[in-house]
Design a protein around this ligand. Structure first.
Ligand code: MN9
Length: 290
């Protein structure tokens, strides 16, 4: 699994239910217009940690049904409930997802042996490849080379979604584990990550900015660093404005402006949906930077 993988955005209606028609449209848009190589389903971007288990399964169903085998599908199953993670992992595997991914457990400050046991328990119960989802800024779980070495030795763990600005660690990981799949997790840092030869990138903004992102990977592969830097600059003008206006709601508004127009694209409470002013700013961002 290589290339640009969109962390799928999730449209909700006013009752907090998944807007199925809208979700199908986003899947199609990502595949047909953004030309992504894969979809990461149930990540932070999908507001996944606000959802109940049955809704997560419903989303895995809809996405597989719409995408079929057109692109690689990765199901994010992790969280604070190990038994749910295992059940979701088995569910997504039965649906033929290409891999599962599990965030490090969060909220309680789990020790590394606890984190390691969590991955051992998931991988021994779920018959699929697993990608570690490491995002220390949100989980509070930071790991160094020694910890990654232990996790990557576990059977079925094939890679890591590396969402951190630690390029020293990224380089050490790349060097130490040439066969491990490493995915860059911060879209605003794709260019330097590509220079360190990540296998791909998983991120929220690829739902609306997938073409430029692919251009960055291609330009680095062709050693055209000036072009890659320019594309990252254009991407970061967009990402900076999106972050300032509210990340996921703004991205969902941009999707609507790109033609995904089926029903509500609201947030899942307690995440707020946009005010009129934020909508206006999103429209300006679209005109200026998309
Ligand atoms: O999955 C995403 N992380 C979060 C990765 O949303 C927490 C990124 O794609 C960021 O949204 C993006 C903007 O900071 O890089």
């Amino acid at each position: 699994m290589k290339g640009i993988i969109a962390a799928l955005l999730m449209p909700f209606d006013a009752e907090g239910k998944v807007n199925e028609a809208g979700l199908r449209q986003i899947v199609r848009h990502d595949i047909d217009e953004m030309k992504v190589d894969g979809l990461y389903v149930g990540g932070s971007t999908g507001e996944n940690f606000l959802l109940e288990k049955e809704t997560k399964k419903q989303i895995f169903d809809i996405v597989k049904d719409e995408a079929g085998d057109a692109v690689k599908l990765i199901a994010q199953i992790g969280g604070t409930n190990l038994y749910e993670a295992i059940e979701l992992g088995q569910y997504a595997t039965d649906l033929d997802y290409d891999a599962v991914s599990a965030v490090t457990p969060f909220y309680y400050k789990f020790s590394f042996p606890e984190v390691k046991a969590y991955y051992e328990d998931i991988t021994s119960a779920v018959d699929n490849d697993l990608i570690i989802y490491s995002i220390p800024a949100l989980t509070g779980i930071g790991m160094g080379l020694a910890e990654f070495r232990e996790l990557l030795a576990i059977d079925n763990i094939i890679g890591v979604k590396f969402t951190a600005a630690d390029f020293f660690l990224l380089e050490r990981l790349r060097h130490a584990f040439p066969d491990t799949k490493i995915y860059s997790g911060f879209d605003e840092m794709l260019f330097p990550a590509a220079i360190y030869q990540v296998d791909g990138a998983i991120g929220s903004t690829y739902n609306v900015n997938g073409i430029r992102a692919k251009g960055i990977l291609d330009a680095v592969a062709e050693n055209d660093l000036a072009k890659a830097r320019q594309l990252q600059k254009e991407s970061n003008d967009l990402i900076e404005a999106v972050l300032a206006n509210g990340l996921y709601p703004t991205l969902k508004r941009l999707l609507q402006l790109q033609g995904c127009d089926q029903g509500d694209f609201l947030s899942r409470k307690p995440m707020a949906s946009m005010t009129e002013e934020q909508i206006k700013e999103a429209d300006r961002i679209y005109k200026e930077y998309v």
